[in-house]
Design a protein around this ligand. Sequence first.
Ligand code: OXD
Ligand code: MN
Length: 620
Amino acid sequence: MEIKENILSKENAEKLIALNNKKVIDIIEKYSRLCKPSKITVITDSDEDINYVRELALDNKEEEKLAMPGHTIHYDGYYDQARDKVNTCVLIKEGIKLSKVINTKEREEGLKEVHEIMDGVMSGREMLVRFFCLGPKNSKFSIPALQLTDSSYVAHSEDILFRTGYEQFRKLKNKDEFFYFVHSAGRLDERSNSIDTDKRRIYIDLDEERVFSVNNQYAGNSVGLKKLALRLAISKANKEDWLCEHMFVMGVHPEGKNRVTFFTGAYPSACGKTSTAMVPGQTVIGDDIAYIRPGEDGRAYAVNIEQGIFGIIRDVNPEDDPIIYKALTSPRELIFSNILIKEGKPYWLGMGSEIPESGENFSGEWFKGKKGPDGNEVQPAHKNARYTIRISDLDNADPKADSAVGVPVSAFLYGGRDSDTSVPVCESLSWSHGVFIGACLESETTAATLGKEGVRKLSPMANMDFLVVPLGLYIKNHLKFGEDLDCPPKVFSTNYFLKENGKYLNGMLDKKIWLLWMEGRVHDEFDSIETPIGHIPKYEDLKVLFKHVLGKEYTKEDYEKQFSVRIKKFLEKLDRVEKIYKEEEQIPEFFHEHIEQQRQRLKEAMKKLGKETVSPFEFS
Ligand code: OXD
Ligand code: MN
């Protein structure tokens, strides 16, 4: 090996040599030459090595211990609190076109720029070399992943969030099929936060299945295996005819029926994806990213690529999120980020108890009324503050979470933040209509990305932020995936955010009713009403479910308000979506056909019934 022994000790070098993988060694040599760390430490799957990372995060102050055993706090810098969409680019060769809505950069130019920024970026610091497995181990879903980082917080988060992979790499036997990620937090201030966020870059190189990420720490930008690997896997899936989706995977358990039905669901960030997967009485496999492949029985099978949750902590309270709340308030290994700490205790927005008027948070010492460097008042905790936790630590972890074959998926769910158009739950008219519904998913922006909140944006399959293939190709492959199955999943849209006069029309726990209705539809146990937008539930079925499951009287007025088809609003949505798709190249014909048919059906209903908003009772 080319690396000097004072940087890579003999013991560490032996761990690399034992892998017998030339590509791994070449990468480490190349990036140690470029980034110039003063020390390289190789972490295997052993408890001793993993503990080294945990301790290092405390020693170098990227994390601090809290009063509860196993809990730590990590702060990201004031301007590094969410995913940076502007500086995240897909590197493409000259002449290649992806899509108007995908941020791209010419490959050679991008590589040159990011390599220049990375030159010497780890000087005086320690580079950690980590091996993981995306998806369950020893499975056709598994993708090995190599991470180089100078952030022990990143490496520690990955321990909680992902399956270990050193042993998986040993089995590769010199094959070079793995993803790799080179990350550096860059120059740090006295709070161990990245200083040069103006030079923050996240560049995705599909050709070499690698991502460079520099001058950041927020996990959505820095943790290679999460949103960065998602992009590489979308590209791979599109070449190999499977799906990589921004989806939870969960088991739905109807009461008294002794069966479990698995669903996957795509929701843009901070739009109810985790809280759906956590609905009481159900089981969770994953809350963020799923790989989905055809199974031998002609059904779709899904796995969670992760084993943990990097969840939004805001509004996690004992009433609305009892399982997570319990996990966050009892001893176990977990990392909080960007919340308020006072005397070793954690506080966050919407936690259901009083928050102190001073403490430490992502802005440093905090007191009520404090103004940040941008002149804005600093909240006690950031709106996008997070927790990082293992799913196996939760009471509702599904026993099949690590199944190498995955779980059979009966339904795909799509939901966005939509205050005025879609009904709470609706089943598509067919598989292709379902793909169309997913492709038209819109949502109002949230604190999970930098930029203005509350702006309505198109996010096909909730995957728009992560798309690295042309939009037309992505939805075409999606359609084909289901068409090739003997039994494609049913497709449902959900909307938890419908409002009237500024107030939500549904309670947090109503999600459970929609889940149980969808589960019943999968098993042909509920009838439905066919409307121009798809099949909606019948009042009588929901009334029974609300009474039985939540002990709630569900009135005809509730139903009517929630399930009226807002024809005018839907037509406006079709126009908005069509306008964006018109600017894209090679949008498959089926998409245009569905737009036309949907528009036609809505217009006919408006004409026939003489109204812009039609009560569900008028369709039955
Ligand atoms: C996430 C995101 O953190 O989508 O899951 O931003
Ligand atoms: Mn996500």
